[in-house]
Ligand binder design. Structure first.
Ligand SMILES: C[S@@+](CC[C@H](N)C(=O)[O-])C[C@H]1O[C@@H](n2cnc3c(N)ncnc32)[C@H](O)[C@@H]1O
Length: 212
């Protein structure tokens, strides 16, 4: 596997004899810890898998991030460990409660109970020109969500998108689904890198893109 460019604040460290990605922060999902470091599990995180697979995310640390589909905070808690202000959008109340717990020890993590298909509902909170949008909504219309939220992205910012094929259509070949998603994304984004997330996540595509 190629060696990814990791952001400042993300390191490879040894936990129980194995080499793992890690960030510094309070544990959130029962992950192994070593002092102030916590292992980042790529099997539970598409962004973690993107780093493991050597994708060039453009993240260097300290960025302003808009995270769409935060769930209970597994991945966004790692992001908030190394990034700057991190706005975490989640529309389901139950995981959002756990997200609040993850945010309690992270002053730069701002949970927003909102629908990522309706960016106007949080546009007054999220600052303009974020450096990165990380999206993992696993719902139908994933390209549309990315396009709707493009308004927040700085001209030189990056979209880091995970697409789950089965969320679009369980019956179609995943590659056909991905082709359609990429064609739709093309309306507003230039795709810089695309890669499937096996062996960490089956039938998921990761895309790194910038605004057109
Ligand atoms: C695959 S899970 C996200 C896992 C999370 N990104 C992580 O790695 O920790 C997808 C999440 O997106 C949320 N979601 C789906 N559609 C959404 C929408 N339109 N607005 C906000 N959240 C949405 C779901 O409720 C679910 O919690």
């Amino acid at each position: 596997m190629s060696e990814p460019t990791l952001p400042e604040g993300v390191e490879r460290r040894t936990f129980d004899g194995s080499d793992r990605l890690a960030t510094r922060g309070e544990a959130v999902y029962g992950e192994p810890t070593d002092g102030e470091w916590r292992a980042w599990n790529p099997d539970r995180s598409k962004l973690g898998a993107m780093f493991e697979l050597g994708m060039e995310t453009g993240l260097r640390g300290d960025e302003t991030v808009l995270y769409l589909g935060a769930a209970s905070g597994t991945t966004v808690s790692h992001v908030a460990d190394f990034a700057g202000p991190t706005y975490a959008v989640e529309f389901a109340a139950r995981p959002a409660r756990d997200l609040l717990d993850a945010a309690a020890s992270r002053p730069r993590l701002f949970p927003l109970l909102a629908d990522a298909r309706k960016p106007a509902t949080y546009a007054h909170v999220v600052e303009a020109d974020v450096d990165a949008i990380v999206q993992d909504v696993a719902t139908r219309g994933q390209a549309r969500v990315a396009l709707e939220n493009r308004r927040f992205l700085a001209d030189d910012g990056r979209l880091l998108l995970a697409v789950k094929a089965r969320s679009e259509d369980v019956t179609r070949d995943p590659e056909d689904v991905f082709t359609d998603v990429e064609t739709e994304l093309d309306e507003g984004y230039e795709i810089l890198e695309r890669r499937r997330l096996e062996p960490y996540h089956a039938d998921h595509l990761a895309v790194v893109a910038r605004s057109r």
